[in-house]
Write a protein that binds this ligand. Structure first.
Ligand code: GLU
Ligand code: MG
Length: 469
């Protein structure tokens, strides 16, 4: 950031920050939301008023340390270092500034969580991803990534039986069917235009399998910006729907008997100047370089633990089941949509550039910074240790015998959040990468969510997930 020195101390505002100050004047923006993502995966923040913005960009907005110990049910957990005493600063990155057309007069920026002296706080999730990116860079690599979210469009209606509100999908259209396009059109066109006005390049849009399910993908970007875009995207999808008296949910299974909402992660490693895709090798039968295979091996090796971060909620594990195209068995394969790691067939005319891996056990209830950062650590471990990913799988792994899956190492991924957290606690590399404060808080928050939802029924779970995500 241009407005901080190397120790993070506030300096005179840099060019980008000064441009934002001009923009808020010209565009009549009176509230600027300072956002961050917590350990529950919830996007939260505080807003600065226009007259205070210059100062708040320099100093940040004060915030209690305890909020990173808050669960998605707003149940505060006991975590050492995150009690009622102590303060951090929400310090925005001017590069993430976007106006919010669905909230006229408002804009947002995404923040780092900093200590009072300006240094990164040990529980800052954005710093976790930045550090992972820096480790990659030290090895000579840069990651290009895209989050590919699906969501359910509907209306939030009271349950006639007096239970929690229900998400009633906007349509019962068929997968990719044109009736679905028409029924969601007013929303879809508004969403596309809003995202594009915020600088997010829309790739594709279509109604998908579940009732009300929509998929709208955003162009790839360097890892940190890809995660920032996922935050902006989540905000915009929800905000546009609300403005149109609808309700959009990116929760993994907001309607238990409908298709789940994934958020597949597309990743590739490039040289530091972003000129060559180092995952591509035309001479290989799947078009992948040895580096890509080692990356796959690292992700496979850590996958049971990794899903605790990429599929972060209780609701995630309803989606992560066999025969859902969401992946359930630890394997990889060429265009295999039941494999957690799908080698994506590249596009004619841009074969080298479009080569990428799709990581399917990932959804929008994850904190995108922790999720992508952890994927980097896992892949990098595979690279550093020269791990072998084993054989690719070219069938639905659910159709294989148990013996065959065992031979391929295609073990069932964790079936519950608690199982995933057990695997995370046993994963030395990821625990070390998270560091003591962050991992204690993450585990406390997530264990509490597992416990709280276990005491309730499916309607309660669906409601609290579509309400938040
Ligand atoms: N909805 C599926 C999921 O939960 C993905 C379907 C697809 O391949 O687009 O991941
Ligand atoms: Mg899809």
């Amino acid at each position: 950031m241009t407005d901080r020195d190397s120790t993070g101390k506030p300096q005179a505002l840099g060019y980008e920050a000064r441009r934002i100050l001009e923009r808020v004047e010209v565009e009549g923006i009176d509230l600027i939301r300072f956002l961050y993502v917590d350990h529950g995966g919830v996007i939260r923040g505080k807003a600065a008023s226009r007259p205070r913005l210059a100062e708040r960009m320099r100093t940040g907005i004060g915030h209690t340390v305890a909020m990173m110990a808050m669960s998605m049910l707003d149940h505060l957990q006991e975590v050492a270092g995150m009690g009622p005493v102590g303060e951090i600063r929400l310090v925005p990155d001017p590069a993430t500034f976007v106006p919010l057309p669905y909230a006229p007069g408002a804009a947002s920026m995404i923040c780092d969580l900093r200590e009072l002296d300006g240094s990164p706080w040990a529980a800052c999730p954005r710093t976790f991803l930045k550090d992972a990116v820096a480790e990659l860079e030290a090895e000579g690599y840069a990651m290009i990534a895209a989050f590919e979210p699906e969501f359910t469009l509907g209306r939030r209606l009271p349950d006639p039986a007096g239970g929690p509100d229900r998400l009633v999908p906007i349509d019962d259209s068929l997968c990719y069917a044109t009736t679905g396009f028409d029924q969601a059109h007013d929303f879809a066109i508004k969403l596309v235009r809003t995202l594009q006005s915020q600088g997010l390049g829309v790739e594709h849009y279509y109604p998908e399998l579940g009732h009300g399910q929509q998929e709208l993908s955003i162009r790839y970007a360097p890892a940190l910006f890809a995660a920032d875009r996922q935050v902006i995207y989540r905000e915009t999808v929800r905000g546009v729907a609300l403005r149109m008296a609808m309700w959009a949910s990116l929760a993994p299974k907001p309607i238990p008997d409908q298709a789940g909402n994934g958020c597949h992660l597309h990743v590739s490693l490039w040289d530091r100047k972003h000129q060559h895709n180092l995952f591509s090798d035309a001479s290989d039968r799947y078009g992948l370089s040895p580096l890509a295979y080692r990356f796959i091996a690292g992700v496979r090796h850590h996958l049971p633990a990794l899903v605790a971060l990429t599929c972060g909620t209780v609701n995630s594990y309803r989606r992560l089941a066999p025969r859902m195209w969401a992946s359930a068995y630890n394997c990889y394969g060429m265009d295999n949509r039941e494999a957690p790691i799908r080698i994506c067939s590249p596009m004619a005319g841009s074969v080298a550039a479009s080569t990428n891996l799709e990581i399917k056990p990932s959804d929008s209830s994850a904190n995108p910074y922790l999720s992508l950062g952890a994927v980097i650590h896992a892949g990098l471990d595979g690279i550093r240790r020269g791990l072998d990913p084993g054989e690719a799988v070219d069938v639905d792994p659910a159709t294989l015998s148990e013996a065959e899956r065992t031979r391929l190492g295609a073990h069932r991924l964790p079936a519950t959040l608690d199982e995933a957290l057990d695997a995370l606690e046993a994963d030395e590399l990821l625990m070390e990468a998270l560091g003591p404060l962050r991992r204690n808080a993450y585990l406390a928050v997530k264990r509490s969510e597992a416990k709280d939802f276990a005491a309730e029924d499916a309607a309660f779970e669906a409601f609290h997930h579509f309400r938040v995500f």
